[in-house]
Design a protein around this ligand. Structure first.
Ligand code: SF4
Ligand code: SF4
Length: 312
């Protein structure tokens, strides 16, 4: 079984659109058996907007334990207030208040309380879901507001995706990765077979790509790059290709900017699907809102073909 992770330095590069489209193509690729999808962008999951999943199962996700207050035992002595570095414990009119959102679960108040009025309790930090999509099962998640531990939730999503893939004897998991290079992306990247970095021709895009490449190199994971909207700045696109060439990074695809792609996205559809639907009979017209230029569809299909060759 292979795992493909698609990442980008920040939102807005088109990463999730590309993942959604690769999911459509994977379903139609004879070499790929029962693909499984994982949305590891648990802080801002949006793959479900494109793939329209039907949720079959929902599970609670417990992050770190948090402090809970037993009012019957608490005498409001206030000894716990100064030891909380996160200002989660306050006193109002002599009554102690504990804010679970600010609590970071360090447990210091639990240790200092002379009346054992504080307990460390499991706290639901989010949920993860197993859903059906027309392109295969998908595991996705939602982290609670202001909750951390997204790296741990990413691990849960990946574990479940792998379990489903093994049950279905799937040979591919496609994951939509978290942005940045922090804990969540590290959780998403460890042990995958190929990282596809989606970048765009901007100074920030190059910088983010370099950071992701260095991270992947640290985990000894193979990297490929896709330059999205490459035609918006040919000089910077050439710089990206130059960097890739110098570091022996495979440039798997270049996709031109096309605002009809954005319109297709707002309709909640993968961008290659309209082309396939049209090919089943009807003629495409330039005024059809579902119509996409062949160059865009072809560029993504070529990207997919190169990824498959790289993986298998
Ligand atoms: S230290 Fe314990 S008893 Fe004192 S205010 Fe805090 S929770 Fe209440
Ligand atoms: S567990 Fe730590 S962060 Fe939470 S309320 Fe107690 S001292 Fe503050």
């Amino acid at each position: 079984m292979k795992e493909l992770l698609v990442v980008s330095g920040k939102g807005g590069t088109g990463k999730t659109t590309i993942v959604g489209t690769l999911a459509v193509l994977a379903k139609d690729t004879p070499l790929i058996r029962n693909p499984v999808l994982a949305d590891c962008d648990v802080d801002a999951a949006d793959l479900h907007l494109i793939l329209n999943p039907a949720t079959k199962e929902s599970k609670e996700f417990f992050g770190l334990k948090k402090a809970g207050l037993d009012r019957d035992k608490c005498d409001n002595c206030g000894e716990c207030i100064p030891v909380c570095r996160f200002d989660a414990i306050t006193s109002h009119n002599g009554i102690i208040r504990l804010d679970p959102i600010s609590c970071e679960g360090c447990g210091v108040c639990y240790r200092v309380c002379p009346r054992q009025a504080i307990t460390m309790e499991d706290f639901i930090a989010g949920h993860w879901f197993v859903s059906d999509t027309p392109y295969g099962p998908m595991v996705h998640a939602r982290l609670g507001i202001a909750e951390e531990n997204s790296g741990k939730l990413v691990m849960e999503v990946r574990r479940e995706a792998r379990r489903i893939a093994e049950t279905l004897e799937s040979n591919l998991i496609i994951s939509d990765g978290p942005p940045g290079i922090g804990c969540p992306v590290i959780s998403a990247m460890t042990g995958v077979d190929l990282v596809l970095i989606v970048t765009e021709p901007t100074v920030a895009g190059i910088h983010d790509m370099e950071r992701l490449y260095n991270l992947a190199k640290g985990f000894d994971v193979e990297v490929a790059v896709c330059i999205n909207k490459y035609d918006l700045d040919s000089e910077t696109s050439a710089d990206i290709e130059g960097f890739c060439h110098a570091h022996n990074i495979y440039v798997a695809g270049k996709i031109a900017f096309d605002e009809r792609v954005v319109k297709a996205l707002t309709r909640g559809e993968p961008i290659i699907m309209p082309r396939r639907r049209m090919s089943s009979g009807a003629q495409r017209t330039s005024s059809d809102p579902h119509s996409l230029p062949d160059t865009t569809a072809r560029a993504i299909e070529e990207l997919w073909t190169k990824i498959v060759v790289r993986l298998y």
